[in-house]
Design a binder for this molecule. Structure first.
Ligand SMILES: Nc1ncnc2c1ncn2[C@@H]1O[C@H](COP(=O)(O)OP(=O)(O)OP(=O)(O)O)[C@@H](O)[C@H]1O
Length: 337
């Protein structure tokens, strides 16, 4: 993918929020990039910073959030965007699909109106008729039967799975370069979850749309994500091609996460990770996972909290200083440890 320009690049991004208890570090030194046309999954436990990373890309963080580092979308720094430019960026370039489709749609407005408005916000030169035609086409594209009738429906008349398809169509009418999905299937039943993931994969393949997907469920993304970015305590623990990371995790946290995932490794006993992740209010020195890591050594206390390439593993990076310093045994041996 090195010849494909990155559509998204986060470089040492920090997000701090002043709270009554002190400054909460929601993201700490987060760097990763997404190439055009990829499906990249952000995976990690609840509270690891996945949603914050997506919200930071759309500049939708809570008021007062302090963002450091840089976020480039299509090579452009999004920090200076204001007013009309920011609205255009959010309506055209990068669109978000949230967990709960009911909250994404206005209950009192017809589906047709909401899709048409979304299309015209992205392209104000579109006539109402053209926008409605586009809306119908997109409903058909995301697998909604009888789109003409659906355009006249209201959200409460539609099932959760259909509604999430409609929310995806609402993003697609804008022809965005980047689709950010925050746990898009968590609120849905298992069969519908699989269908929505299949749809995202189809849209990626057929329309070339880049998808960044946040999930705490590794089973969800195993089959569809090209690359995996594993997050822990607001930081990136490791990243790489999904199959490789899942088969040969190079960070002890990823290994624990995989061992804790039900059904991922048949026959392997389910092991909860001992301890709790640090709170965003904690000042972290060295590796954020060290306190829970059964392999920690003295170097972990001063490890820089950043991923570096893993020697001999193209496209893979790890923040584990034992891996990157070459003092850890190969991953196959560590897996049995
Ligand atoms: N507005 C806020 N004020 C204070 N803390 C916040 C705020 N938003 C998020 N946090 C904290 O920031 C951390 C990261 O949250 P975030 O929602 O990004 O994680 P996540 O990995 O997406 O988790 P989940 O899957 O539960 O959404 C959590 O500890 C959360 O409690």
């Amino acid at each position: 993918m090195s010849d494909t320009p990155d559509i998204l690049r986060l470089d040492r991004v920090g997000v701090g929020l002043r709270t009554p208890g002190g400054t909460a570090d929601l993201l700490r030194n987060v760097s990763f990039s997404v190439a055009r046309g990829e499906i990249v999954a952000l995976a990690g436990e609840s509270g690891s910073g996945k949603s914050t990373a997506l919200l930071a890309v759309l500049r939708l963080l809570a008021p007062g959030a302090q963002v450091s580092g840089s976020i480039l979308v299509d090579g452009k720094d999004i920090a200076p965007l204001r007013g009309r430019e920011l609205r255009a960026f959010r309506s055209r370039t990068a669109r978000m699909v949230f967990q709960d489709p009911w909250r994404a749609l206005h209950p009192m407005h017809s589906i047709g109106r909401q899709l048409t408005e979304s299309a015209r916000a992205a392209d104000p030169t579109l006539s109402k008729e053209a926008a409605r035609t586009l809306a119908g086409d997109m409903l058909a594209r995301v697998g909604i039967p009888d789109p003409g009738t659906r355009l006249r429906s209201y959200p409460h008349e539609v099932s959760g799975g259909q509604l999430q398809r409609i929310v995806i169509a609402m993003a697609l009418v804008a022809s965005p370069s980047l689709l950010l999905c925050d746990e898009p299937t968590t609120a849905l039943d298992v069969t519908t979850q699989a269908q929505i993931l299949e749809l995202l994969q189809e849209l990626n393949r057929d329309l070339g749309i880049t998808v960044v997907l946040a999930t705490h469920d590794l089973d969800v993304i195993a089959d569809i994500a090209d690359r995996l970015v594993v997050m822990y305590a607001g930081s990136v623990a490791e990243e790489g091609p999904t199959g490789q990371v899942m088969a040969r995790p190079e960070h002890p946290y990823t290994r624990s996460l995989l061992q804790a995932a039900p059904g991922r490794r048949p026959g392997e006993r389910l092991r909860a990770i001992a301890g709790r992740p640090p709170s965003p209010l904690e000042v972290i020195e060295g590796c954020p996972f060290a306190a829970r890591c059964e392999h920690r050594t003295s170097i972990c206390a001063t490890a820089p909290n950043t991923t570096v390439p893993i020697a001999g593993e193209p496209g893979r990076r790890s923040a584990c200083v034992r891996v990157t310093a070459g003092t850890a045994p190969p991953s196959a041996e560590r897996r049995s440890g």
